[in-house]
Write a protein that binds this ligand. Structure first.
Ligand SMILES: *Cc1c(COP(=O)(O)O)cnc(C)c1O
Length: 376
């Protein structure tokens, strides 16, 4: 590959992320505006139908954001005060917060070599109060769900997926979001399918659970009769956001293909460097079909590498502000998880999104190689 001269590669280019679709978006905005269709209208229903059919599930329910979605999904699934939920500590604090706000107790455990929930860390964390397992389909990769399912079945535990980063990712052919009693997706702007603000969806095959989430997102009101039969919230996906999401969802397979291509390029550029450990490479026909929501690696001298890249104009991010959930001591956790803690001393995310050009990726790769003294 040819050398690329100095350039700026922001970690996520918010200003240009939606630029190619500006005209299309303005058209959608005008259309929604002219119909006065703002809350729980046709565009929301259409997007919900398209999302459900893509996933092959009975229900998709648009909600205000994934955090609210998780809280409502837990409540609808019947989580009770004091119920313990096992989840990986390498996740957004929102995963744990959802358990807390549904009255449960989050129990963070170790991640495996692929950065996801380590199925072997689940059983040692099970107590008499354990009620559920929350796999987090992180970085666009799906956990080893056969093993998670086996453990859940053996101990009579429910599975609810935090698939905020997992839309389109598969394990053994099966899509993230289709394994548990319910799953939640996020449409935060930097997520693979992002909107122009906050948004999320709860998906499920369970008619009763879906009905409960529909009530919960809209003040407890029955969508048909308006009757209020339980306490609810206000957490609906805006109709305008749904319309924007639906337009982008039509291009989703192209987006996934491009992300996998970018990951292959990183693999090729950085594969030989001893000081860094790359995420699993995209493979065809393997157990995992990864969609690379993030490109998260582990690096020796991580902080120096980060400074070096910043000096080269390359933006990076340490996920979750540099701490696993259990390391936020102010939240009352008192466990130590050595593997996860070591991971957080070494982890770094390189730019990964469809605004990147091939030249950007080559430039990032060469900048990393130079830092470790590898031949560019
Ligand atoms: C983004 C994210 C969330 C929260 O999503 P919001 O829509 O911002 O509430 C939860 N869990 C994980 C793993 C996430 O990446």
């Amino acid at each position: 590959m040819t050398k690329v001269l100095s350039r700026a590669v922001p970690f996520f280019d918010y200003q240009n992320a939606f630029k190619p679709y500006e005209e299309e978006f303005v058209g959608i905005f005008r259309d929604v505006l002219s119909r006065g269709a703002f809350i729980q209208q046709r565009d929301l229903e259409t997007f919900e139908e398209n999302l459900a059919s893509y996933l092959g599930v009975r229900h998709a329910i648009g909600v205000g954001n994934a955090t609210d979605g998780l809280i409502m999904a837990w409540r609808a699934a019947g989580l009770e005060p004091g119920d313990e939920v096992i989840l990986p500590s390498h996740t957004m604090v929102a995963s744990a917060a959802s358990v807390h706000f549904a009255g449960g107790v989050p129990v963070p455990v170790e991640c495996a070599a692929d950065h996801l929930l380590d199925p072997e860390a689940i059983e040692p964390a099970i107590t008499a109060r354990t009620r559920a397992i929350m796999p987090v389909q992180l970085n666009g990769r799906t956990c080893r769900m056969d093993r998670v399912q086996e453990i859940a079945d053996h101990h009579g535990l429910m599975i609810l997926e935090d698939a905020a980063q997992g839309l389109g990712s598969r394990y053994r052919g099966r899509l993230a979001g289709t394994f548990g009693v319910a799953a939640v997706f996020s449409f935060y702007p930097a997520k693979i399918l992002g909107c122009l603000g906050d948004g999320g969806a709860v998906v499920t095959d369970d008619d009763r659970l879906a009905e409960q989430v529909r009530l919960l997102r809209d003040h407890g009101r029955d969508p048909r009769t308006g009757e209020v039969s339980r306490w609810g919230l206000n957490s609906r996906l805006d109709n305008l956001q749904a319309a924007l999401l639906d337009a982008q969802f039509r291009r989703y397979s192209d987006v996934l293909a491009r992300r996998r291509q970018l990951a292959s390029m990183y693999q090729e550029l950085l594969g030989g460097i001893e000081e860094i450990r790359l995420p699993p490479a995209p493979v065809e026909g393997g157990e995992h079909y990864d969609t690379f929501q993030n490109y998260e690696l582990q690096a020796e001298r991580r902080d120096e590498l980060r400074d070096h890249l910043r000096g080269q104009g390359v933006g990076t991010l340490i996920q979750w502000g540099g701490k696993a959930v259990h390391q936020w001591r102010g939240l009352g956790f008192d466990v130590t998880l050595p593997r996860t803690e070591l991971f957080f001393e070494r982890c770094l995310m390189l730019p990964m999104n469809v605004t990147l050009t091939d030249e950007d990726v080559v430039y990032v790769g060469e900048s990393v190689r130079r830092f470790y003294g590898a031949r560019a």
